[in-house]
Design a protein around this ligand. Structure first.
Ligand SMILES: [Fe+2]
Length: 189
């Protein structure tokens, strides 16, 4: 018989629990600190809002790729399994870039899964497994949601003079999403 004693929670360990304060926030979500970027704070705030939207959708698309990496089936199992994981990793790197741009602008990046789910525009996917064709359609739909909002946000950032944000949205997000769409859509054409 297995000895599971080391996995049991002893009450003695809970005598002095660590309880984080519920008044510990040093900067609430949705606020923007003034930073010496030669950028008006209203402009920084507008970019932070847009970047958080893109971040929530990028994290959601990343999760969708990981879900499909795990749940894929069929004759192309191996190549799709690898492709989906590659795209997941690229979306995760992009998410880091977006989150750090938010912080650079003096904002607070959305981070936790429950907050991401509230903010994301990508339609919710089922918990269960789908066939590869529908997995691909679902991924393409998510990419298109992101590309549509990203193009509008890139234009807005350029018009407002936030060229750094415009550059990330165009050079990193739009380019990556377009390239990933190519690799995915070729499976159904
Ligand atoms: Fe894996």
């Amino acid at each position: 018989m297995l000895n599971r004693s080391i996995t049991k929670v002893s009450p003695s360990h809970l005598r002095e629990p660590v309880i984080p304060s519920d008044r510990s926030e040093t900067q609430p979500y949705g606020t923007v600190q003034r930073t010496p970027l030669a950028l008006d704070s209203d402009i920084a705030a507008a970019s932070v809002d847009n970047l958080n939207q893109l971040l929530a959708d990028t994290l959601t698309l990343g999760s969708l790729y990981k879900k499909h990496h795990w749940q894929v089936s069929g004759p192309n199992f191996y190549s799709l399994h690898l492709l989906f994981d590659k795209h997941y990793a690229e979306q995760e790197s992009l998410a880091d870039l977006l989150a750090e741009r938010v912080q650079t602008l003096g904002g607070i990046s959305v981070a936790m899964a429950h907050d991401v789910a509230e903010l994301a525009s990508i339609p919710r996917s089922p918990k269960g497994r789908e066939d590869p064709e529908n997995q691909i359609k679902r991924l393409l739909q998510a990419h298109e949601v992101i590309l549509l909002e990203a193009r509008a946000m890139a234009r807005e950032a350029a018009e407002l003079g936030d060229l750094g944000t415009n550059d990330i949205i165009v050079s990193d997000l739009i380019r990556l999403n377009e390239a990933q769409v190519w690799f995915v859509v070729e499976h159904i054409q």
